[in-house]
Design a protein around this ligand. Structure first.
Ligand SMILES: Cc1ncc(C[n+]2csc(CCOP(=O)(O)OP(=O)(O)O)c2C)c(N)n1
Length: 619
């Protein structure tokens, strides 16, 4: 075992080339062993094993800063930077994170989870280094998918302009989660296929590489000009060079020797540069090579045959996928937009049935929202299906481009509430708060699959402005569908259990948990309300019930700060009702990773905690 002996990247420096390939195999085995049990980002990690080894051979973190975009592909990096031991706890409560975290390791220069941040962060590091007169290398590793994000473009724009010493590694596997899309993608493919160019690049490399050190400045600059002239001859326009970065590659990202040689050489070149590395997503594990999208992020699976260990029941995402297809068959104006999350948001069936009404815009949530705004202004019924956590990116677009103009865009937010596995970067803990503060918007949350379809129909019929629906990553309740799906009244909640004290106001599928708990008491007889809407609140219902009761409890799968419970408190205060109110939800801190029930317990909202709190508060 070579991997077992690597306690820090220093140990890697001693290894011979042959051992590096053996190490790569061991790393793949370790990643598969653990991810098949715990779930995780399998295909992205298998694709960068050689690149990771080469980077750690050539660079010296923690002094040098290696910044991984998204950082979902950094399992190998973790294995080689002191976290092989304990890797079994990957993505588990109290264990090793599935992403880089500054407080997990000194080797994690910059934390991430959302895409396209690495270039801006790298420029920040390089600028800080140069301003403070420090000496270290700055490397950003960004995938072709992440390069489709607006922030990456903004970063590139500045990196080339300032020309600090930065190395950008473009990890190009042609895939985002699914196949990557867009003009930049097509451009990268053209670059990859420019074989003559590659050849010339190699020759130029040889030429430049062999130039004696002492050569005059003039000769060096002539050689550089020659190289640039040749590039321009064969590939008319190297976009990165136009932006001020020197472009190298494309090279084979699985050839450790070639990677090390090139990285060592390019490292010496001053200024901003980009190395285009071609990798295969899922490399070395057949099921992942064949189904890179499935293996991008996957739950536990059978290591032998690559079959996912099925969760069984359908998810809210899949019900949304059905709802949008059913409505789109009746309404030709419905357009679906996803920011690189077709499968995750349940839009696969829609994309197949209505390819001309489906847009995957890349990892570009801001663009997705404003694009939807234009579509709505142009008379279409756009549906933006975006994970709750990723819509955070487009907060201003929701306000400025949509709500301010009362444009009827439908927002369908998957992964609302805490999610298992990924942690703080991925919880949908803020949407009820960040949406309900915006004027003109309707915000609702279905308690089950039937309500989801009814709410979606409501959204399609609603023309007065934007309307958002959020639902969790969870399996559905198993409620039978009525023959006809009917819309609901905007702003109307529902009493689900008529009882006495306390009055429990809640929203989303958590209402079923509360109903079950309510039935378990012998001596307490709660009234349970599904508010359905966070905005507008069903003021009449809540005020009327609140007047009769002394004790009010709110429960939500959202931040307590500014969320549903806050909305209730504001309503009571605005109407001069002084009541005893207990709010349960996500406290004012970032919540770690782990299985959802564990996470809920950790914030005092596990099933038993809720029961105890209701009892203590009511007595
Ligand atoms: C802002 C944001 N939107 C969506 C995602 C979900 N997401 C995670 S990885 C990924 C694809 C990344 O593709 P690429 O950068 O090419 O890396 P690869 O997995 O192919 O190595 C997406 C869309 C995200 N992390 N952040």
């Amino acid at each position: 075992m070579i991997l077992g002996k690597i306690k820090s990247p220093e140990d890697l420096k001693e290894l011979k080339f042959e051992e590096l390939y053996e190490l790569a195999s061991e790393m793949r085995r370790r990643i598969l062993d653990i991810a098949s049990k715990n779930g995780g980002h399998v295909a992205p990690n298998l694709g960068v094993v050689e690149l990771t080894i080469a980077l750690l051979k050539v660079f010296n973190p923690p002094k040098d800063k290696i910044i991984w975009d998204v950082s979902h592909q950094a399992y190998g990096y973790k294995l080689l930077t002191g976290r092989n031991e304990g890797f079994e706890t990957l993505r588990q409560f109290g264990g090793i994170s599935g992403f880089l975290k500054r407080d997990e390791s000194i080797y994690d220069a910059f934390g991430a989870g959302h895409a396209s941040t690495s270039l801006s962060a790298a420029l920040g590091f390089a600028m800080a280094r140069d301003k403070r007169g420090s000496e270290y290398e700055v490397v950003a590793v960004i995938g072709d998918g992440a390069l489709s994000g607006g922030m990456a473009m903004e970063g590139l724009n500045q990196i080339g302009y300032h020309n600090n010493n930065i190395m950008v590694i473009l990890n190009d596997n042609k895939m985002s989660i699914a196949e990557n899309v867009g003009g930049m993608r097509e451009y990268l493919t053209r670059l990859q296929s420019a074989e003559i160019y590659n050849k010339v690049m190699e020759d130029t490399w040889d030429l430049l590489g062999k130039l004696p050190r002492a050569l005059s400045k003039k000769t060096k600059s002539a050689a550089k000009k020659l190289s640039e002239g040749l590039k321009n001859l064969i590939v008319p326009n190297i976009l990165f060079e136009e932006l001020g970065l020197s472009y190298y590659g494309p090279i084979d990202g699985h050839n450790i020797l070639e990677l090390i040689t090139l990285l060592t050489r390019i490292k010496k070149i001053k200024g901003a540069k980009i190395l285009h590395v071609i990798t295969e997503k899922g490399r070395g594990y057949k099921p992942a090579e064949e189904k890179p999208t499935l293996f991008h992020g996957i739950g536990p699976f059978d290591r032998e045959n690559g079959e996912p260990i099925k969760e069984g029941a359908k998810s809210y995402s899949s019900i949304f996928g059905e709802a949008i297809v059913e409505e789109a068959r009746k309404n030709k104006d419905i357009i679906a937009i996803t920011a690189a999350m077709t499968k995750g948001t349940g839009l696969t069936a829609f994309s197949k049935e209505f390819p001309n009404r489906f847009f995957d815009v890349g990892i570009a949530e801001q663009h997705a929202v404003t694009f939807a705004g234009g579509l709505a202004a142009g008379g279409m019924r756009p549906v933006c299906a975006i994970y709750s956590t990723f819509l955070q990116r487009a907060f201003d677009q929701v306000i400025h481009d949509i709500a301010l103009q009362r444009l009827p865009v439908i927002f369908c937010l998957d992964r609302g509430g805490l999610v298992s596995g990924d942690g703080a970067t991925h919880h949908g803990a803020f949407d009820l708060s960040y949406l309900r503060m915006i004027p003109n918007i309707v915000v609702m949350a279905p308690r089950d699959e039937v309500e989801l379809k009814r709410m979606f129909k409501t959204a399609v019929l609603y023309k007065d402005g934007p309307i958002a629906m959020r639902y969790p990553r969870a399996t559905i309740e198993g409620i039978p569908f009525p023959r006809k799906i009917t819309p609901i009244s905007v702003g109307k909640g529902e009493i689900l259990r008529k009882g006495g004290e306390p009055l429990i106001l809640t929203i989303g599928p958590i209402v079923y948990k509360i109903l079950r708990i309510a039935e378990e008491f012998d001596d307490i007889d709660p009234t349970v309300v599904d508010a359905r809407f966070v905005k507008p609140l069903d003021e009449e219902l809540i005020l009327n019930l609140s007047k009769e009761k002394d004790k009010i409890i709110t429960v939500e799968d959202n931040a307590l700060a500014g969320g549903f419970g806050s909305a209730v408190l504001e309503l009571l205060a605005n109407n001069g009702l002084k009541k005893d109110v207990l709010r349960m939800g996500v406290p004012d801190r970032f919540i770690t990773y782990g299985n959802k029930e564990k996470l809920l317990q950790s914030i005092g909202t596990g099933t038993d905690d809720i029961k105890e709190k209701i009892r203590a508060f009511t007595k």
